[in-house]
Design a protein around this ligand. Structure first.
Ligand code: SF4
Ligand code: SF4
Ligand code: FES
Length: 255
């Protein structure tokens, strides 16, 4: 009991030494430390994430959030795991935005743009308002990739949309009611599988795996002492970030 009290007192004094600011989460006022991200502030306020939180690193797109600041008409957006709270922000998270997603079997369809057009006719309802681009937390030119898709330029659309994290904020703002990110995903899949040249080295490697070239090695790794495995992992040769196309590791034993 005494220990619990001491612990509670310590927690209280460490909380009271934090600089707290007011934020409004779904309309209710909370005092939270000013250095927290929205996600951590919500947890600090007592919310428990079951949905709307995945990677916590700005990659998965699960934590789209909208907020407003006092005396400012702008609707602001951010990823809850990346955006730091500000005094008096009114916020709510939109972990999921309903959006139609066409079904298709990639093996059954070709690369004709019609394949996309007939599944997503709403593409042609775009009024070029650019609201999707303005709202995108990844700074993707959403309207431009939609425009490229309409023109049948799938390679351009793939390049432009490549960093999409599927957060759904563009769909939330679209007056043409289109699910831009699902459309772009279909286009990227067609581009990757039917337009871009095949990656021969990847097929070679898959063939070698199927032929059993790495079976012994994998078995060895799976039964290896944990410390030895950790050391092996830490000392492995890593491809440099700026490696040229023809980079190869010094040891070619497992190529
Ligand atoms: S394109 Fe849309 S779904 Fe993708 S990151 Fe931007 S706003 Fe989110
Ligand atoms: S928000 Fe919708 S209508 Fe506006 S530019 Fe983007 S795709 Fe087109
Ligand atoms: S939790 Fe994955 S992007 Fe925020």
């Amino acid at each position: 009991m005494g220990e619990a009290n001491t612990q509670n007192n310590n927690e209280k004094s460490s909380k009271s030494s934090l600089n707290l600011i007011p934020v409004f989460i779904m309309g209710k006022r909370y005092e939270v430390p000013e250095t927290l991200t929205i996600m951590k502030a919500m947890e600090y306020a007592g919310y428990k994430y079951i949905r709307g939180c995945g990677c916590r690193g700005g990659i998965c797109g699960a934590c789209a959030t909208v907020y407003r600041k006092p005396d400012d008409y702008h609707i602001r957006i951010g990823l809850a795991c990346q955006t730091v709270v500000e005094p008096n922000m009114y916020l709510t998270q939109i972990p999921f935005f309903p959006a139609n997603r066409a079904s298709f079997d990639l093996k059954e369809i070709g690369k004709d743009p019609e394949e996309v057009f007939k599944r997503y006719p709403e593409l042609f309802r775009c009024v070029a308002c650019n609201a999707c681009t303005k709202v995108c937390p990844m700074d993707i030119p959403v309207m431009d990739y939609i425009s490229a898709i309409k023109q049948g330029d799938f390679e351009k659309a793939t390049e432009l949309s490549f960093d999409c994290i599927q957060c759904g904020l563009c769909a939330a703002r679209c007056m043409a009611e289109m699910p831009q990110y699902h459309i772009a995903q279909m286009v990227r899949r067609i581009t990757g599988s039917k337009i871009k040249p095949k990656a021969a080295h990847l097929h070679n490697m898959v063939d070698k795996i199927k032929e059993g070239k790495y079976d012994t090695l994998i078995k060895e790794l799976k039964t290896m002492d944990l410390d030895k495995l950790r050391k092996l992992y830490q000392e492995r040769e890593i491809e440099p970030a700026e490696a040229p196309e023809d980079w190869e590791p010094q040891s070619k034993e497992y190529l």
